[in-house]
Design a binder for this molecule. Structure first.
Ligand SMILES: Nc1ncnc2c1ncn2[C@@H]1O[C@H](COP(=O)(O)OP(=O)(O)OP(=O)(O)O)[C@@H](O)[C@H]1O
Ligand SMILES: [Zn+2]
Length: 466
C-alpha cells in the first residue's frame, strides 16, 4: 500500500514517501485569531484531521503542527476600535477556534505554537537571511529580496515579471516593489518587539517559516492550508525557508473552500456562518459529516438543503449502528481493519467520497442481514462500519460524541420530525383561516420552550433560553 497525495507544487498526485520511514510531519497554517471561526476555517482543520487519522491508521507516527497567528493588522485594528489590549482579542478567539475544532471532533495538534512566542526564532531567521544577502533592512522594516532567489513563485507557477505584490501601509524603502515585508517597523501605540533593526512586529509569512523550522526542522513532509494561501503566503514561506537553507516541505496540500453564492466564506467579506451558531441548530457530528465528507479539493457551496441531505445520510448510518447494537445486546467493537476498498479509496488522495460510498454499501448489506435475521452477518458489517467511521471521526459510539446524548441531542431528529408535524398542522389551520387554532399551536410551541424562526427554506426551531 502507498498513500498518494495531490501535491500543489508538482500539480499532480504523487506517491507519498516519508522523509523518515514510519513517520510523517505535517504543518498546517491555522487560525488568525481576529474573530471567531466560521465553518470554512473548521473545514480546513477537519480535512487535515482526516488526513492525520488516515496516516495514523496506516501505522505512521504523526507529528501535526497547527499554528496560531496571534498578531496581525486586523487584530491591532480591532484592539484600537474596541479599546481592548490586542492580546485579549487573540486569546478570546483562539479559545473560540479550539471550541470549534473540538466540537467537530478534530484531534488536538501535537503542538500549537503561537506566533508571538517565537520572536527570537524569527530574529534568528532574519539575521541569517540578511547575512546571506537575501534580505535587507530599510526604515526599520526588513524585506525579502525576491530577485535573490531563483525558483521563487514555483508553487503558484507565476512569473516574477508579471507579479504584483501590493505594499502594506508604512512599507517604505523597498529596493524592488515586489519585495515583501518579513518584519514591519513599529508604529506609535502598536505592539512591538525589540530587534537589531529597531522595534517592530513580524509579518505573517515569517511567522510560519520560523515555527515550521523550530518544530519540524529544516525538512518535513507535508505543508497544508486553504487554497487562498498558495500565493502570497506559502510562496513567501518557501522563499524565506529555502534562502535560509531549509529544504522545507516535500508535499504541498491545499483544501478547497466553503463558499456562499460561489464566493469564499470569509470574515472580511461578511458572509461568515459561525461555528458557534451552527452548533445551536445542527448536531456537531452531522456538521462534521457535512464538512468532512466532500473531497478536500472540492468546493462546498453552503446551503441548508445540502445540510439536511447530510443529516439524513448520517441518520441512515446511525440508525443502522443503533439497530445492530440493540440486536447484539452489547456494544460491537470496531473491526481491526477497514474493508480493502475503503482503504484503497483513502490511499488515493484521501478519496473520502469514494470511501464513504463503501460505508453506505456496508450499511445496506448490514440492513439486509438484519432483515434476514442474520445476526452474525449484521454484527460483522457493524464492526466494519465502526472501523471506517472511526477513521473519518464519525463513529457515533466513539466517546467523543458520548456527551451529545447527555444534552438530549440524540433526540434531535425525533423532535425535529414532531415539530415539523405540528407546524404543518398550523399551516393547514392558517390555510382554512382558522386563526384561533393556528395561534394556539404557536403559543403551545412557545410554552414548550421552542423558538420558531422563519427561514428561506421554511421554519426552523431552536431551544429557547432555559
Ligand atoms: N471559506 C473557507 N473554506 C475553507 N478554508 C478556509 C476558508 N477560509 C479560510 N480557510 C482556511 O482556514 C485557515 C485559517 O484561516 P485564517 O484564520 O488565516 O483566515 P483568514 O483568511 O484570516 O479569514 P477570512 O478568509 O475568513 O477573512 C487557512 O488555512 C485558510 O486557508
Ligand atoms: Zn502559514
Amino acid at each position: 500500500m502507498t498513500i498518494r497525495l495531490h501535491d500543489t507544487s508538482a500539480r499532480q498526485i504523487r506517491d507519498f514517501v516519508p522523509l523518515t520511514p514510519g513517520c510523517v510531519s505535517i504543518y498546517l497554517c491555522g487560525a488568525t485569531v481576529q474573530a471567531a471561526p466560521h465553518i470554512g476555517h473548521i473545514r480546513s482543520g477537519l480535512n487535515f484531521d482526516i488526513m492525520r487519522r488516515w496516516f495514523t491508521y496506516r501505522g505512521y507516527d504523526v507529528t501535526f503542527i497547527r499554528n496560531v497567528t496571534d498578531i496581525d493588522d486586523k487584530i491591532i485594528r480591532k484592539s484600537a476600535e474596541q479599546g481592548r489590549p490586542w492580546w485579549s482579542i487573540g486569546y478570546e478567539n483562539e479559545r473560540a477556534f479550539n471550541d470549534g475544532y473540538d466540537a467537530l471532533g478534530c484531534l488536538p495538534p501535537t503542538y500549537e505554537p503561537r506566533a508571538t512566542g517565537h520572536i527570537t526564532e524569527m530574529i534568528e531567521m532574519m539575521r541569517g537571511l540578511i547575512e546571506r544577502g537575501h534580505a535587507y533592512e530599510a526604515d526599520g522594516n526588513v524585506y525579502f529580496d525576491v530577485r535573490s532567489l531563483p525558483g521563487y513563485l514555483s508553487l503558484s507557477n507565476q512569473d516574477l515579471d508579471d507579479l504584483r505584490q501590493p505594499s502594506g501601509e508604512g512599507e517604505t524603502g523597498k529596493r524592488d516593489p515586489r519585495d515583501f515585508a518579513m518584519w514591519k517597523a513599529a508604529k506609535e501605540g502598536e505592539p512591538s518587539w525589540e530587534t537589531p533593526w529597531g522595534r517592530g512586529r513580524p509579518g505573517w509569512h515569517l511567522e510560519c517559516s520560523a515555527m515550521a523550522h523550530k518544530y519540524l526542522g529544516s525538512a518535513f513532509d507535508i505543508h497544508g492550508g486553504g487554497i487562498d494561501l498558495i500565493f502570497p503566503h506559502h510562496e513567501n514561506e518557501i522563499a524565506q525557508a529555502k534562502a535560509y537553507g531549509d529544504e522545507f516541505a516535500n508535499y504541498w496540500v491545499h483544501n478547497a473552500w466553503v463558499t456562499i453564492a460561489g464566493e469564499k466564506m470569509a470574515k472580511s467579506l461578511g458572509n461568515s456562518v459561525l461555528v458557534s451558531e451552527m452548533v445551536k441548530h445542527w448536531r456537531p457530528i452531522v456538521l462534521r459529516y457535512y464538512l468532512g465528507t466532500p473531497h478536500y479539493r472540492s468546493m462546498i457551496e453552503y446551503s441548508e438543503e445540502s445540510l439536511r441531505d447530510a443529516e439524513s445520510a448520517f441518520a441512515r448510518i446511525e440508525g443502522f449502528v443503533q439497530r445492530v447494537t440493540e440486536k447484539a445486546g452489547e456494544t460491537v467493537p470496531p473491526a481491526a481493519e477497514v474493508p480493502p476498498a475503503f482503504a484503497e479509496a483513502m490511499d488515493e488522495d484521501l478519496g473520502v467520497p469514494q470511501a464513504l460510498a463503501i460505508v453506505h454499501t456496508t450499511v445496506r448489506q448490514g440492513n439486509s442481514a438484519l432483515a434476514a435475521d442474520d445476526k452474525e452477518a449484521a454484527v460483522a458489517r457493524l464492526a466494519e462500519v465502526r472501523a471506517m467511521l472511526g477513521v473519518l471521526g464519525l463513529d457515533p459510539l466513539d466517546e467523543h460524541w458520548a456527551g451529545e446524548g447527555d444534552r438530549g441531542e440524540d433526540l434531535h431528529g425525533v423532535v425535529d420530525t414532531l415539530v415539523r408535524l405540528v407546524l404543518d398542522q398550523r399551516q393547514s389551520a392558517r390555510a382554512r383561516k382558522d386563526w384561533a387554532a393556528a395561534d394556539a399551536i404557536r403559543d403551545q410551541l412557545n410554552q414548550s420552550g421552542l423558538v420558531i424562526e422563519d427561514s428561506a427554506s421554511g421554519p426552523r426551531w431552536t431551544l429557547g433560553p432555559r
